[in-house]
Design a protein around this ligand. Structure first.
Ligand SMILES: *[C@@H]1O[C@H](CO)[C@@H](O)[C@H](O)[C@H]1NC(C)=O
Ligand SMILES: *[C@@H]1O[C@H](CO)[C@@H](O)[C@H](O)[C@H]1NC(C)=O
Ligand SMILES: *[C@@H]1O[C@H](CO)[C@@H](O)[C@H](O)[C@H]1NC(C)=O
Length: 479
């Protein structure tokens, strides 16, 4: 009897401990803070990530334009506008969808600043109605050096698209980002919001009128899914932002572009567009039924036990799309799962049918929650994949600024090759890049925590951006 009581108490303590361990508010704080470590340009006085300093203050000078600011993409020092725009769209989506949850932990102001650091740059990059700068920095030279952004001396080559050399993926995603952000700023700064919206409309027109696939950032970011997904995604955001019928008519007349997919990523935005348009369908636009069918195919492809399941999770229960920065697909998929369960709840639809299997809304939501919990520590490695969250987390992210001593502690320049002694040292990074979510474990739920293992150890802006909505969705339910 006594033994049983002790056992029960121990179990209760463990259960309580694991609840305590997953503080979603703390995870949200940290996932937003991460973006300060990715900032390019002149840092503001309220910068909280202190190991960073000003960098790339001449970006754009090769063409006499101001392209200072924006975000470094991942562990490198290149600014890729196409994924940066996707990041900005995802951040804005989270701010719109989970405004109350985010504001309840006092993070809304920080999230808005994070979005604005992206949108200010995209506005600058949109130099004229049919001209968008799409990349700053030569990817090959940057990737062959291991340098702090503050020391960077590789060519800051400029890439752009125009009516004569179009790139509808990049222009379409930039339109989506600015349209989504216009909703975020609508009640806070209506002038800024209108500026965002007018650039969004102009970028969409550019993307649609001068159609062509964006391949200039390849091999780093190649478009595999072409641009129809970005055009639908941008039109869906513009409809949400303006309520103008022309955008919904565009989507309806091009609905055959929409495909059933099982990945949502910087390349392929169909699932995101389908999720947005499915909620418009439930709101009475019957012509959008195809998007409801397609988003349900996406959900059904992911749900364990679904008769139409396409994605096999790891033994530990993590969605596994591919062994290269896999967590990006987990966070984006989870974004859609939470969004669609919210849509179903609002529409008072209790379940969906996946072939011969039925899933209730709470089953979908619980599966989405299991992915967030896995990332934060409920996994076979018993570690968090977010730097600085919990007690055990990655110590060697593949990240230049984090792995080299801060410019404040070692002001002498560390050149292109000089950085490699740090890269090759099997020691924890000197700067803890708090909030950074790395590429994640392999298909056997294992993680080796080595800087050189970039497909698992590299953080990226879009992994974090897609995590913010899901972790915010759990804040109200965690009390
Ligand atoms: C998040 O940070 C804000 C201030 O930055 C603080 O007020 C809040 O308590 C934090 N929330 C959690 C859950 O840690
Ligand atoms: C749904 O429609 C109502 C009334 O037309 C509108 O007020 C609301 O904003 C719409 N909701 C969405 C998610 O579009
Ligand atoms: C996963 O990682 C572990 C540890 O690094 C390694 O031993 C194992 O072979 C890897 N498995 C797969 C399938 O890559």
């Amino acid at each position: 009897m006594g033994k049983l009581l002790v056992l029960m108490l121990v179990m209760m303590f463990l259960a309580f401990e694991s609840l305590e361990a997953l503080d979603y508010g703390d995870a949200l704080n940290k996932s937003i803070l991460f973006f300060e470590g990715q900032r390019s340009g002149k840092l503001p006085t309220n910068q909280r990530v202190k190991w960073r300093a000003d960098s790339a203050l001449s970006d754009g000078s090769l063409a006499n334009v101001n392209l200072i600011g924006g975000y470094y993409d991942a562990g490198d020092n290149v600014k890729f506008v196409w994924p940066m725009s996707f990041t900005t769209t995802l951040l804005s989506w989270a701010a719109i969808e989970y405004q109350n949850e985010i504001s309840s932990v006092n993070q809304l102001g920080y999230l808005r600043s994070t979005i604005k650091w992206g949108t200010d740059f995209i506005l600058r990059a949109h130099a004229s109605p049919t001209m968008l700068y799409t990349q700053v920095g030569d990817g090959n030279s940057d990737h062959s050096c291991w340098e702090r952004p503050e020391d960077m001396d590789t060519p800051r080559t400029l890439y752009s698209i125009s009516s004569s050399s179009p790139g509808s993926e990049a222009a379409g995603e930039a339109a989506a980002a600015l349209a989504a952000a216009s909703l975020v700023f609508k009640s806070v700064d209506s002038t800024y919001s209108s500026t965002l919206l007018s650039h969004a409309k102009s970028l969409f027109e550019f993307a649609d009128k001068y159609r062509g696939s964006y391949q200039a950032s390849c091999p780093f970011y190649c478009s595999y899914s072409s641009y129809q997904d970005e055009l639908l995604w941008a039109a869906a955001w513009l409809y949400k932002a303006t309520g103008e019928k022309s955008y919904i008519n565009y989507v309806i007349s091009n609905k055959d572009w929409s495909q059933a997919v099982n990945e949502f990523s910087w390349d392929n935005k169909f699932a995101g567009a389908q999720a947005l348009l499915a909620s418009e369908f439930y709101n009475g636009t019957n012509d959008l039924a195809k998007f409801k069918t397609d988003v349900e195919s996406f959900v059904c492809a992911l749900m364990p036990g679904s008769s139409s399941q396409q994605i096999k999770p790891t033994p530990g229960g993590l969605l596994f799309i591919r062994d290269s920065s896999n967590l990006q697909y987990v966070t984006t998929a989870t974004t859609v799962l939470f969004h669609y369960s919210k849509t179903l709840t609002k529409a008072r639809v209790g379940s969906i049918q996946c072939g011969s299997t039925q899933f209730t809304v709470s089953q979908i939501r619980n599966f989405a929650k299991s992915q967030v919990d896995y990332i934060l520590g409920n996994n076979p490695m018993k570690m968090s994949y977010m730097v600085g969250f919990g007690t055990k987390y990655p110590t060697q992210p593949h990240h230049r600024g984090s792995s080299l001593p801060s410019i404040h502690s070692k002001p002498e320049k560390i050149d292109c090759n000089g950085g490699y002694s740090y890269y090759n040292s099997d020691t924890p990074n000197p700067n803890v890049h708090t909030g950074a979510i790395v590429g994640g474990p392999n298909s056997s739920d294992q993680y080796s925590d080595k800087k050189s293992d970039y497909s698992h150890a590299e953080p990226t802006t879009y992994i974090n951006a897609a995590f913010i909505g899901p972790v915010a969705a759990l804040i109200s339910s965690s009390g």
